[in-house]
Ligand binder design. Structure first.
Ligand code: PGA
Length: 256
């Protein structure tokens, strides 16, 4: 049975009032209406996690962060630790997003430290990987994905892998309205799963892979139906309840 994770990455959007309104609308939309095999996650800005956390209590909506530091505490001005996130009830953290890689200089090595710290603290790490347009045009897609996976997953083996979710997000598809074709998505997802099983020595066991990059209410049913797609990481279309709830609805149709 296929299971799905529908995750909203709100990025640097929504002030406190908007966070509360959007969170409540999503809760209203999924209450009494969510398939047990579909999980729904919202990742508001870290400053608003606390208010979202109060609203999601006793609901099936899950809470995640968009980033974290790998140290438990200390002199890291502006950063958020994993225990701060878990104490708010976060179950997931997005790591290695292409915007963090390109605007904030995050390297695979740095991301690896965070992924390791997150999964060791029982937080699901949604590790984002993806190629740029240039890399795809130059037939470097797989080389890039493989190197991101290899480096970001060093030291994460055995049971720790159960806390890893991969998000395949072609950089050229993020926020552009372009999506990868069904064949490109299926090929990348299958290779990602096989590669991780192979390098981690877990034949027959696979890590879930979400698709991200201009996923919206119009293309969700088609993309989520692709064999090796286990859900979506959604930016723009997660910012309005109608489109996000419609994507969740598509996930339920795929499951059934
Ligand atoms: P998008 O963003 O859905 O707006 O393309 C996806 C993401 O960056 O995770």
């Amino acid at each position: 049975m296929k299971t799905m994770l529908i995750a909203g990455n709100w990025k640097m959007n929504t002030n406190i009032d908007e966070t509360e309104i959007l969170t409540s609308q999503i809760i209203d939309g999924i209450t009494n209406n969510l398939d047990p095999n579909v999980d729904v996650l919202i990742c508001p800005p870290s400053i608003n996690l606390s208010s979202a956390s109060k609203l999601i209590k006793d609901t099936r909506l899950r809470l995640g962060a968009q980033n974290c530091h790998y140290e438990q505490k200390g002199a890291y001005t502006g950063e958020t630790s994993i225990s701060m996130l878990t104490s708010l009830g976060c179950s997931h953290v997005i790591l290695g997003h292409s915007e963090r890689r390109s605007y904030f200089g995050e390297t695979n090595q740095f991301i690896n430290l965070k992924v390791k710290a997150a999964v060791q603290s029982n937080l699901f790490a949604i590790l984002c990987i993806g190629e740029t347009k240039d890399e795809r045009d130059n037939n470097k897609t797989w080389e890039v994905l493989e190197s991101q996976l290899f480096s970001c997953l060093i030291g994460i083996d055995g049971n720790l892998l159960e806390k890893v979710v991969i998000a395949y997000e072609p950089v050229w598809a993020i926020g552009t309205g372009l999506t990868a074709t069904n064949d490109q998505i299926q090929e990348a997802h299958a290779r990602i799963k096989n590669y991780i099983s192979e390098i981690k020595g877990i034949p027959g066991r696979t890590v879930p892979v979400l698709y991200g990059g201009s996923l919206n209410e119009k293309n969700a049913l088609e993309i989520l139906s692709i064999q090796d797609v286990n859900g979506g990481l959604i930016g723009g279309a997660s910012l309005t309840s109608n489109s996000f709830l419609s994507i969740i609805n598509s996930a339920q149709r795929v499951i059934n």
